[in-house]
Structure formats: C-alpha cells, structure tokens
Design a protein around this ligand. Structure first.
Ligand code: NAP
Length: 540
C-alpha cells in the first residue's frame, strides 16, 4: 500500500485536519461527494488518539463492537474484535485496516502539522500551511483534531534535570519501552494514569504513584470474545448500534427511569452491586436518573463505591487516600479499571499522596517530595491534556477580517452546534467545543458529525453557493443552551477537563467545553437545522 502520494494540485475542494477516527471517515464521505480532498495529519500514520497513546494498558472503555464505524456493512461483517474492550494495538490495526480497505492514505499527507489557516475573503477559500512549509487552499476546511490531542506536562521545577527516560503517556515511544525490572514513577491518576498504573505494577521492580487527586474508578470487567459471544454480537450488531444511537452518551448503557428515592435502600444496594459487577460504563450511565444531578443521590452512590474501595484495598489508611473526598462519583470522567485498587496491595507499589507531601522538585535521579527523595529509573507523566480547545489554540486560525479564533474564544468558546463559529466561514469543527462528540462514545457521535457536515457541504455546493457561516444570534443561543445543559449536571461544579479546567494551565477559565445535552437531543437539533435549510447559518 502506497503510504504517501504526491499532493498536486495544492488547491482542493476540501481540507481535513487530522486522520484519526473523525478525519478518516470524513475523507471517505467527502470523496464520495466527488470533492477533491486532502487530509493533513501531524503523525506519520493514521489513527489519531490510537496512534499517539501507546502506553501499556491503553484500551477502550467502550465495548469494542460499539466503537467501530457503522457506515459500511462489509467492514462490520469482516472485522472481528478479540476482546470486549480492545487494547490500543488492536484499535490501531483496525484504523489502519479502514485506511487500507477504503484506500484513504492516498488522500492523506502525513507528518504535516498544520500551523496556520487563513480565510481569503476574496477567493472564498481557506489557505492552510503546515510546519514543514507546505501550503494549500480549499473552499472547505474541517478540523478533525481530537478533543484530547495536546498533552500537558506539569510545571514542576527540575523537570528537565532527570537523566532517565521520561515521557507523557500520549508520547510513549513508538519503539516501545519496557518497564520490567525498573523503578518507575507515574504522576497522574486520571483515566490514563489508572490504566498505566495497573499495567506497570505487573512488571516494574518498584512503582511509585504520585497522586494529587484520587478519582472514583469502577471495574471494567474485560474478557476475550469467545465464539458464542462473537456469533451473538454479529447477529445483533445492527441492534447494538441502533441502541447506542438512542442513548444519552452513545454507549450501550442508558439511565434508568427510576430515581434513588423510588426504591428501598436494599433494592438500591442490590442494583448497585449488579451494576458494579457488569462490564463497562453501566455504573456511570445506566444508573438511577438522579445520581448525576442530585447531590443527595450522588452521595449515596459515592458511599457505595467508597465501600467497594475499602473492601479492595487492604490497608485502611491507604484506602482512604484512594477515595475522593472533594467530588462525587461520576462528576469527573470515571476511569474503568482492572485490578487498579488491588495493585496497591502489592509490595512493589507505593502511593505518594501529594496533598500531604507535595513534590518539591524533580532531580537528576528521581522526584523529591516534602517527605522523601524517590529514586526512579523512569518517569511517566499521565498528566492530561489541554482539552478540546488546546488543539485549536495550536493553529493560528484567522477568519473574516483577520480575526483570530483565539480572540473569538477568549471568554470561552462561542459556537453554533459545536460545529461552526461566527466569523469563520466554511470552517467546521468536528469534536470541537460544545459538540456532542466531546461527551460521548466518540465514533457514534463522530459519525453523526461527519454525516451532517458532509450533507451541509453538499447542500451549499448544490445551491451554487460558496460560503456558509453561523450567525452570531444562532451561536449565542447555542452557547447559552450548552451552558444550561452543563449546569444541570453536578459535573459542572467540579474541576476537570469537562469544565475547561487544567491545573497545569492556570490561564484557562472555567467554561463548559463539552455538550451535555446527549446524543439524541443533539441529533434532533442538528436535523431540525438542516431541514429548515440550515437555519441559523448565512449561505451566500
Ligand atoms: P486527566 O483526567 O486530566 O488526568 C490528569 C491527571 O494528572 C490528574 O490526576 C491530575 O491531577 C494529574 N496531574 C496533572 N498535573 C499534575 C501535577 N503537576 N502534579 C500531580 N498530578 C498532576 O488526563 P487523562 O488521565 O489523560 O485523561 C484525559 C481523558 O482522556 C479522560 O478523561 C478520558 O476522556 C480520555 N481517556 C480515555 C480512555 C479510554 O477511552 N479508554 C483512556 C484514557 C483516557 P488533578 O486531578 O489533581 O489535577
């Protein structure tokens, strides 16, 4: 398979930034519309998130068969996942297979990090440049740059002094890095930290976990897909995907009709025991409908999970350190785990509670806290991302009149449907701020995004128009709706990437970055807008 083709001419109908889950499908769809399309990808191959995040333990928290694309029946029929929650190497192989099968690589320029995008009003085109000096132009520009693609390193004194291997989980070496027999330090206990910690604990000589904030984790219950399950999944694949399209988060799991107060304490306990024993996000998304909105209901659920943690961690004092005290279950992203808590019962695993003994500095040989000097052979930063807007900030977007996107979003993003921003005609932002894909089983929402944007471009082109731009009024109304939807959930009161907070980026302001209205409502709103001739957009 040809990996990279000459890219002439440098004028296209459409440019796509990124060749991950969104970008690949978008290239496929735009090509089907007959548009000349080029995708510019910063990595050396396809895969996006699954290309960059190669850390040990990286895997789905979505059931594998709900994560794959649904647009091709042949693809659905031929691809067989080996596990209910597949690991990163298999997911990357899947995306490579998609690129090969649909011959998408011909339309992708790799090692091409986009640095600027300027709107040329006279030509009604975007002019795009990459870090290696390549420039190109197109009528349509669609970003498929991911919500979690800009890793952030902590601002800790002496970070560059450490002489051993040190990397962010999203920059795990492509050639691999074997932790076996080494003294490894992991900073960060979000969904990534939890996955990497439980895996590294298996072979590291010593693992020191530097925890600032514990998170509420729940069991993943992964298993290989046996022949019988495979037959069942294949027979019901269409139903499974239909079900995902009807749930709030695009997962198989959806909220119960009952509230915690509709049942007895014994019934509640039995129900939570059952959810805790089931695979996947059921405990988060298929729970009583008040647990993520009502503090009292949330407290009951949090107490249940805290009891589970106490049962699983032998040392009671250590268990208390692993139980969050400043936020309730499900108000930050719930890391799903396999033996995470049990890892702390191992002799070779040590928890350093940074709230008690903060890091003073990183030294040549390890990490020094106010209590001890921890000697390390390697440091792993599982310290998160400049979420959602970070990848936009990294590109110098200039829209109509030369206004930058950074200026437009200085007080928090202002978008219409999370897909366009006034003043930036013909620019569509898949998985951008205020977009349903940011709080979703991503491919399920991404397919909706891509289908809608492709149909929109087709509509505008067929009308003989060359320009579509969200009106300021429509964007203001959508942005208000996004804020209101977020405020209904307890998560809006807690610091996390959902609310735009990253303690390594003190300049960030609290603002909802995700759309918390759910997939069905989002799709309805998008469909209504399209049916009304793209109401809220100005087509010229
Ligand atoms: P994250 O949730 O932002 O967690 C970053 C962690 O690093 C937090 O525990 C944070 O502590 C800690 N940290 C940051 N700076 C620190 C410092 N200076 N000192 C000590 N600790 C520091 O990032 P993430 O774990 O990479 O997860 C991001 C998102 O990626 C997830 O929410 C999820 O959506 C996605 N993800 C998905 C999967 C999957 O689908 N299977 C797997 C992994 C990740 P504080 O909380 O105190 O700030």
């Amino acid at each position: 398979m040809e990996r990279q083709s000459p890219v002439r001419p440098a004028t296209f109908d459409a440019l796509v930034v990124g060749a991950g889950v969104s970008g690949l499908y978008l290239v496929y769809r735009l090509r089907a519309l007959g548009l000349s399309t080029l995708a510019l990808e910063a990595g050396s191959d396809v895969g996006g998130t699954w290309y960059w995040n190669r850390y040990p333990g990286a895997r789905f928290d979505s059931e594998s068969y709900t994560y794959g694309y649904s647009f091709s029946q042949a693809l659905l029929d031929e691809w067989e996942w080996s596990e209910h929650f597949s690991a990163q190497p298999e997911t990357l192989r899947y995306l490579e297979h998609v690129a090969d099968r649909f011959e998408l690589r011909r339309q992708i320029r790799f090692d091409s990090r986009v640095v600027s995008a300027r709107w040329d009003e006279a030509a009604s085109r975007w002019q795009v440049a990459t870090a290696d000096g390549f420039t190109c132009r197109a009528r349509w520009l669609v970003t498929a740059i991911g919500a979690l693609s800009v890793p952030t390193l902590p601002a800790i004194d002496g970070r560059d002094d450490f002489t051993g291997p040190a990397f962010h989980t999203a920059r795990w070496p492509r050639a691999g890095f074997d932790v076996a027999g080494r003294r490894v330090g992991v900073i960060g206990t979000g969904a990534t930290g939890v996955q990497v910690i439980q895996e590294v604990a298996k072979t590291a000589r010593h693992l020191t976990v530097f925890q600032r904030s514990p998170n509420w984790c729940a069991p993943l219950h992964n298993a290989p897909i046996d022949t019988e399950s495979r037959r069942r999944i294949q027979a019901t694949q269409a139903d499974l995907l239909r079900r995902c399209s009807e749930t709030f988060g695009g997962f198989l799991h959806d909220a119960e009709r009952l509230k915690t107060s509709d049942v007895t304490p014994a019934e509640r306990e039995a129900f939570w025991e059952q959810r805790y024993a089931e695979p996947g996000f059921g405990i988060w998304f298929a729970n009583y409908r008040d647990v993520l909105v009502d503090p009292a209901a949330n407290r009951l659920l949090s107490e249940f999970i805290a009891r589970k943690i106490r049962e699983r961690v032998k040392d009671p004092a250590l268990a208390e350190k692993l139980i969050p005290k400043d936020h309730g279950f499900g108000t930050r992203r719930v890391p799903l785990e396999t033996g995470y808590y049990e890892a702390f019962n191992q002799e070779n695993v040590e928890l350093v509670d940074l709230r008690e003994t903060p890091i003073v500095r990183i030294t040549r040989t390890g990490i020094r806290t106010t209590a001890a000097a921890h000697r390390l052979d390697a440091i792993v930063y599982a310290t998160g991302f400049d979420a959602v807007t970070g990848a936009f900030d990294a590109i110098d977007f200039r829209g109509a009149g030369g206004r930058t996107l950074r200026e437009a979003w200085a007080d928090g993003p202002v978008t219409y449907l999370g897909l366009q921003t006034p003043g930036f005609p013909n620019l569509f932002t898949l998985v951008g701020p205020h977009n349903v894909s940011t709080f979703c089983n991503m491919p399920r929402c991404i397919e909706q995004n891509v289908d809608w944007v492709s149909a929109c471009i087709e509509h505008v082109s067929r009308a003989g128009a060359t320009r579509i731009e969200a009106s300021a009024e429509a964007a203001a109304a959508w942005t208000r709706h996004v804020h209101e939807a977020a405020e209904r959930l307890l998560l809006s009161r807690v610091d996390s990437w959902f609310t735009g907070m990253n303690r390594n980026l003190p300049q960030k302001k609290r603002t909802p970055l995700i759309y918390a209205g759910g997939l069905p409502l989002y799709r309805t709103r998008c469909d209504e807008v399209a049916a009304a001739g793209y109401a809220g957009f100005v087509i010229a």
